[in-house]
Design a protein around this ligand. Sequence first.
Ligand code: IPE
Ligand code: MG
Length: 229
Amino acid sequence: MDGNGRWATRRSLPRTSGHRAAEATVIDVIEAARTAGVEWLTLYAFSTENWRRPSHEVDFLMRLVRHAVRKHAPLLHARGIRCRFLGVTDPRIPPSLTRDFDDLTTLTGENRGMTLTVAFDHGGRGDIVEAARSLIRRGVPADDVTEESFAAHLPFADTPDVDLVIRTSGEQRISNFMLWHVAYAEWVFPEVLWPDFRAPDFLECLHIYQQRRRRYGGVTPNTNGEPRP
Ligand code: IPE
Ligand code: MG
């Protein structure tokens, strides 16, 4: 979810106004994804690198996210969405926010609709390091480590590989997002800034994704069975 700061700056507003405007997009996109039949949606809300931002912006984001989680909990639950939070390990996160994350996770834990993962204080490299630590702690012999068993030690081991990553605002970077799971992801980089992104933009990204031919390093067979380069 990128471009909040630029959205605000273009309007001569403080960056925090861009974050506030982002909330409407989040709700719109969650509903668009659910309605379109997306079963797994992950929103990258705050990275382990975002702690480098000025403390007033970080504090604002913590308060905004807490407010949004509390406000939208009933709706998310009513829609049958299972919510959970990926990351959330830094001691600088206010305990009140961690509690609200836990409350929403518990409230919606039995829901069987879309799984909404909010990556908050998330870093893909950190998750890989944690998986390695977990394997070593359990004394798993080196030769028993496979891609499958390694993935089982990542946080939220039920998370499937990512099919599509959408990064708004025209930036074309991974920025440490779910590095293990994006190995074969398709990428779409809409120019629109996140606060202006709406359900039709999301559906357009899904449409672009549907046009892609995913070969996973292989070849696409022709109808006559001949491989095509
Ligand atoms: C994304 O918008 C929101 C977060 C990372 C929290 P930015 O704040 O990165 O907006 P730009 O990139 O400065 O425009
Ligand atoms: Mg940015």
